[in-house]
Design a protein around this ligand. Structure first.
Ligand code: NAD
Length: 479
């Protein structure tokens, strides 16, 4: 048993309703101070086989469990999450370095909501019956079977439960592989689910590295769905692993989203929206990291942005007054810094930031804004996944749209404009799964969520999640 932030956390896997160790362990390091906080079981193909087998055994009974009972259990899990919000927040902050205040007030309430939303949605699912020349069509939402869920480190429990809740609600059983940099809250969730009364084997967790656990899990012939959130290169490996079994995939991937500021925008609002892109130290898939600003207001926007961004307080994420915490891991800091160095070599100039925070040391990287990056520069086209924004200017709406759509991604876009007609015109032409007009990060689970182009395949949210996690079956009955 490990103790993290005063909370006891089981370091083993969770398979068939029991904790399981492995022959090997890996060290979990806190990004706050780069100290080791736990030794976690390091799974491999044997643990994957055991977890998939447990999930397979549990599937028939869980699939037959009535919707009311499944919904009741999901609400009981949400109750458990709410009861342990503080513990979950403390452990998540120790594990991934995101702000404690976000975990307490935003993330953990949303984790509970993920369960409640899909529990309630399940009860209203499927009113598609219709009549064909007197024959009754009935559309059934059959659960697909064992679902493999693979998640990243930037919002571990939030992103995992966004998949777990609809998968379980639909009557599937689950094997979750959390990111190796943030294994802890998945382990706590297993305990909460067991306490809530979820039957053994319905939810399983295998800890470990991507290639050692994720590889065999995504290639497993008994897995009926793979839902992945993470990077494009890993998505390609997963698609290849899934190909021999033709396992259906949901892919929620990276982005290089634009934030467009038109001259008719409320500039205070535009600046607030732009500075918000440093949330979670920029480690947010949806972040609008490319600031595209109309030339006539660019100087004023830039001056106000620099002034406001310079007031962000960087420091220990456990401190409620901190605005920007550390990056997740030394390897990630080196990756982010590599992008920054190459941007400078390509001729871009950092107006703020441009390197690690020398006073704080460790994994604290200063919020950075680049201007003057030449067309086609890597910093304008590749996802950095750190607190690094670029600023470019445009003169016409046409040019703004072309720049906004000018990457291989299409996850999100944000617009600041005072003209609703312009907002409509521009939105229609943007390639993005989500467009925010004069706001950012307003999320409703009834809305479709996902990415276009290389930002993803498929949509979650609303009934779209059930669409993915179910095998739809139409039954036609003669009169
Ligand atoms: P990653 O692709 O490196 O890892 C994600 C997960 O995949 C981890 O659990 C990892 O262990 C696992 N994995 C690695 N290799 C694997 C393999 N061969 N087979 C199966 N699984 C494997 O991504 P990351 O660095 O953890 O996360 C950051 C990325 O996630 C960014 O690109 C970000 O934009 C994206 N992201 C997207 C969304 C979204 O909703 N679209 C949300 C959050 C993060």
């Amino acid at each position: 048993m490990a103790t993290v932030a005063g909370v006891a956390v089981e370091p083993g896997h969770w398979i068939g309703g029991e904790r399981a160790a492995s022959g090997a362990v890996f060290t979990d390091v806190s990004p706050i101070d780069e100290r080791p906080i736990a030794e976690i079981a390091r799974g491999g193909p044997a643990e994957v086989d055991a977890a998939v087998a447990a999930a397979r055994r549990a599937f028939p009974a869980w699939a037959r469990t009535g919707r009311d009972e499944r919904a009741r259990l999901l609400h009981a899990i949400a109750d458990g999450v709410e009861k342990r919000t503080e513990e979950l927040s403390q452990v998540e902050t120790a594990d991934n370095g995101a702000l404690i205040r976000s975990h307490r007030r935003g993330v953990m309430p949303r984790v509970a909501h993920n369960f409640r939303f899909f529990a309630d949605r399940l009860l209203g699912l499927g009113h598609d019956d219709f009549d064909t020349r007197g024959h009754a069509n009935h559309v059934g939402w059959d659960p697909a079977g064992v679902c493999a869920l693979i998640t990243p480190w930037n919002a571990p429990l939030m992103l995992a439960t966004w998949k777990i809740a609809p998968a379980l609600a639909a009557g599937n059983t689950v094997v979750l592989k959390p990111a190796e940099w943030t294994p802890l809250t998945a382990s706590l969730l297993a305990g909460i689910a067991a306490e809530a009364g979820l039957p053994d084997g319905v939810f399983n967790v295998v800890q470990g590295y991507g290639a050692e656990v994720g590889g065999p899990l995504t290639a497993h012939p008994d897995v009926r769905r793979i839902s992945f959130t993470g990077s494009v290169p890993t998505a390609r490996l997963i698609a290849a692993a899934a190909a021999p079994n033709l396992t259906p995939l949901s892919l929620e991937l990276g982005g290089k989203s634009p934030l467009l500021v038109f001259a008719d925008a409320d500039l205070d609002l535009a600046v607030d929206l732009a500075v918000e892109q440093y949330d979670n130290a920029g480690q947010v898939c949806l972040a609008g990291t490319r600031l595209l600003v109309e030339s006539s207001v660019a100087d004023e926007f830039t001056a106000r942005f620099v002034e406001k961004a310079s007031r962000l307080r960087q420091g220990d994420p456990r401190d409620e007054s901190t605005d920007v915490g550390p990056l997740i891991h030394r390897r990630h800091l080196e990756r982010v810094d590599g992008f920054v160095r190459r941007a400078e070599e390509a001729g871009a100039r950092a107006l703020i930031g441009g390197g690690p925070n020398g006073e704080l040391g460790g994994l604290y990287y200063r919020p950075t804004l680049f201007t003057g990056a030449p067309d086609g520069a890597e910093i304008l086209t590749e996802e950095v996944f750190g607190p690094v924004l670029t600023l470019q200017t445009f003169d016409t709406e046409e040019q703004a749209v072309a720049m906004a759509n000018g990457t291989r991604f299409g996850l999100a876009a944000t617009l600041a404009t005072g003209d609703p007609e312009r907002a409509r015109r521009v939105t229609e032409r943007l390639v993005a799964g989500t467009v925010w007009v004069n706001c950012f990060f307003v999320r409703d689970l009834r809305a479709p969520f996902g990415g276009s182009r290389q930002s993803g395949v498929g949509r979650g949210g609303g009934d779209w999640s059930f669409d993915f996690y179910c095998d739809l079956k139409n039954t036609v009955t003669a009169p």
